[in-house]
Design a protein around this ligand. Sequence first.
Ligand SMILES: Nc1ncnc2[nH]cnc12
Ligand SMILES: [Zn+2]
Length: 340
Amino acid sequence: MTDSLPAPSDDALFALPKAELHLHIEGTLEPDLAFELAARNEIPLPYASVDELERHYDFSDLQSFLDLYYATMDVLRTEADFAELTRRYLAKASSQGLRHVELFFDPQAHTARGVPIETVIDGIGAALDDAERDLGISSGLILSFLRDQPVDDADRTLSAALGRTDRIIGVGLDSAEVGYPPSLFEGVYARARAEGLHVVAHAGEEGPPEYIRQALDLLGAERIDHGIRAIEDPELVARLASEGIALTMCPLSNVRLRTIDTLGEHPLRRLDAAGVRVTVNSDDPAYFGGYVGDNFVAVRDALGVTSDEARRFARTSFETSFAPDERKRELLAEVDAWEG
Ligand SMILES: Nc1ncnc2[nH]cnc12
Ligand SMILES: [Zn+2]
């Protein structure tokens, strides 16, 4: 089983209305745009061509990906850069059925390079406004803390973002997982919750099931991003099911980062069968070989996900989103009208 078969552009699953709840906007930086922005901003990239850059997309684990991800995003400098990045993502995902997105951004990866958080938020925000008007896509931003950076830095980042709850609907936790347990961020998350923000966290991508428990018990996570390693712990699976906690799963990402060997081993369907709420997402589509619709196609082809199951996963993506109830009702009606 390979993980990178191109999906036909007219695949019926592309017409299935869907929400994407696990998408890093910096992970949508396609090589061609990276080169365009490098030229515009006069930033040297250590690769001679798009082909040469793409040859480095052969990852051995999460860290090997993160090294390239942080290095390449150096080309993002201005509000216009962030707007263009977001615009291209939305156009592509819209063609694969995207109707609502809650997208992560990594402010610390930009402020550390001298790019103000306002530049990032305003650039992304301008493209989100255009997409709402032109494509009918609703959205929200989730500020993701880098768990491999000092907790104090996360705390300062939260303070800087609190004036922008017009755009920011929640906080998340990403970057290198093992060795950086959710417990480190208990205080920051308590503050975010007290400010009325939603809270989610990456857990159980490479880290153990214990990190998923901590994300629930110590951070109050409303959704778990990835959560793939929950499958190792039947008691945890039962808990996720009984508490209705959604997992935002990213099948192509898991294969590319070698948390599983083949898509056929992905636990999405087994977790669904155990009653866990699962959703299908793309994580960092420019790096992992597919956007959100491609991930649906991949699990259909590798795991035999049926049209009815895909519809249920799409329903779950809307139900477990942070969209207002009225918007959820609208989107759920669209899913029900999908002809499969
Ligand atoms: N898959 C992933 N896991 C953790 N941090 C990330 N940042 C961007 N993509 C990520
Ligand atoms: Zn992620």
